[in-house]
Design a protein around this ligand. Sequence first.
Ligand SMILES: Nc1ncnc2c1ncn2[C@@H]1O[C@H](COP(=O)(O)OP(=O)(O)OP(=O)(O)O)[C@@H](O)[C@H]1O
Ligand SMILES: [Mg+2]
Length: 259
Amino acid sequence: MKLTVSDVTFSYNSSLSLDGVSFELQESQILGIIGPNGSGKTTLLKCINKILKPKSGSIILNDNEIQKMSRLQIAKHVGYVPQNSVSPQALTVFEIVLMGRRPHIAWQSSQKDVEKTWQVLALLGIEHLALRNFNELSGGEQQRALIARSVAQEAKVLLLDEPTSNLDIKHQLEVMELAHELVTKQKLAAVVAIHDLNLASRYCDKIVMMKNGKIFAAGNASSVLTPDGIQSVYGVEVTVNYHNKIANIIPIKPIAAIN
Ligand SMILES: Nc1ncnc2c1ncn2[C@@H]1O[C@H](COP(=O)(O)OP(=O)(O)OP(=O)(O)O)[C@@H](O)[C@H]1O
Ligand SMILES: [Mg+2]
């Protein structure tokens, strides 16, 4: 499994929302995408999932250009958990996770797909939610149900858009531990847009820091999460302490307007 993003440019209108974005991701790695609101994180994930079509550049998954892959092929390889999601119909968690099997189902779901769905629900510790209506779950429960759907899908690349934003501190750690476990044990790769810099530094093998659609810095956590870098990108003065090699970023105060 290898994902190569080369010089990707995208615009919704006259201005560029992604401008020359390039990175590589190998299997068993989590890549964190960080950056302020509107810096292009969701747009980038949508380009990787072919929901949006880049203006230029290429996205290659294992020698296959994403633009040339069918929706079904993409669905077999890429699992996407959006930032906000509402199910159009009143579906149960079980049905949502079973839907992850759809790229693999010929006509009708088989006993095997039903068994796989229960296995995944158990793996994610959400069997008790199986018969609940998805739209009536808490944000955190929904996040876990959607990650379960990607696992049922047997996706090789997970695209997680702020998977921890609705979660309490325990579930934040649990979701990131889960992502780490899936990525290492099942040799997946994950691209995770995330606002929590401390979680990013703890769980991401690589970090891409975006500003105005461009990559401002990329590399391992300690090279990207520097006080100067964070100040330039977020306009906030911070101190960075290391505790057992995990960065602990403490915001001090916002600084005068930057661009
Ligand atoms: N559907 C759209 N139409 C027009 N402009 C859009 C659309 N979606 C996003 N944008 C713009 O593209 C830029 C990047 O947005 P994007 O959603 O990728 O940011 P983000 O980094 O995910 O932000 P956040 O942290 O708030 O989720 C922003 O300037 C945004 O206003
Ligand atoms: Mg976003």
